[in-house]
Ligand binder design. Structure first.
Ligand code: 5GP
Ligand code: MG
Length: 188
């Protein structure tokens, strides 16, 4: 197999929204705040595969306190083309949640419907506390009321990729976050 040309990696990308250095700095700030708020609580840090993988691992490495890590995975029933259907849990946590201080980590909150379902699911297991930390927030389309305690950045009302976020499974591993051109989104 031959390697693709180097420029194939960024083909279709538009404006860079947040650089690698900006993300690193903001993640360190969040880690410091969480370390201080959760001192002595041994939080259970929970993420949803796969978009959160880079944020989760970078955030965890900035924590100055003991913490435990677990993951969930979900899939959506698709109601139709381009429509987000209801959420289905396809991998549950391995750790018990009851009486634990749970910090739920998300890549991006858009409508909030996914998160609202997952938070309801976790609350039913009676954690000692349950808070949300999201790297990116798109507050414009919020349909569910989500209490966000820790937030990295607001995002413009645009589809972005990189740092865990994909478009048809491409671009996830880029260390920065960028918009896609309208052409690559099929809008032009
Ligand atoms: P919500 O249920 O809040 O509308 O959906 C949030 C999920 O939609 C995120 O976890 C992510 O998977 C996806 N999402 C929302 N905005 C974007 C975006 O700009 N880019 C990418 N790649 N995914 C997004
Ligand atoms: Mg997600």
């Amino acid at each position: 197999m031959t390697n693709p040309p180097a420029n194939d990696l960024t083909r279709g990308l538009g404006r860079v929204v947040y650089t690698e250095a900006e993300i690193r700095q903001r993640v360190a700030d969040l880690g410091a705040q969480i370390s201080s708020d959760y001192a002595g609580l041994n939080p259970l840090v929970v993420g949803v595969m796969r978009g959160v993988m880079f944020f989760m691992s970078d955030l965890l490495r900035t924590l100055q306190i003991p913490a435990r890590v677990d993951f969930m995975a979900i899939s959506r029933y698709h109601a139709g083309k381009g429509t987000k259907g209801p959420v289905r849990l396809i991998k549950d946590l391995e750790e018990p949640v009851e009486d634990q201080h749970v910090l739920f980590v998300e890549d991006v909150i858009d409508t909030g419907l996914t998160l609202s379902y997952l938070l309801r699911n976790l609350r039913a297991r009676h954690p000692a506390s349950l808070e949300v930390c999201t790297l990116f927030d798109k507050p414009q389309h919020r349909l569910a009321n989500i209490p966000v305690k820790y937030k990295g950045f607001d995002l413009p009302d645009r589809f972005v990729v990189g740092y865990g976020l994909d478009y048809k499974e491409a671009y996830r591993h880029l260390p920065f976050v960028a918009e896609l051109t309208p052409e690559s989104l099929g809008l032009k």
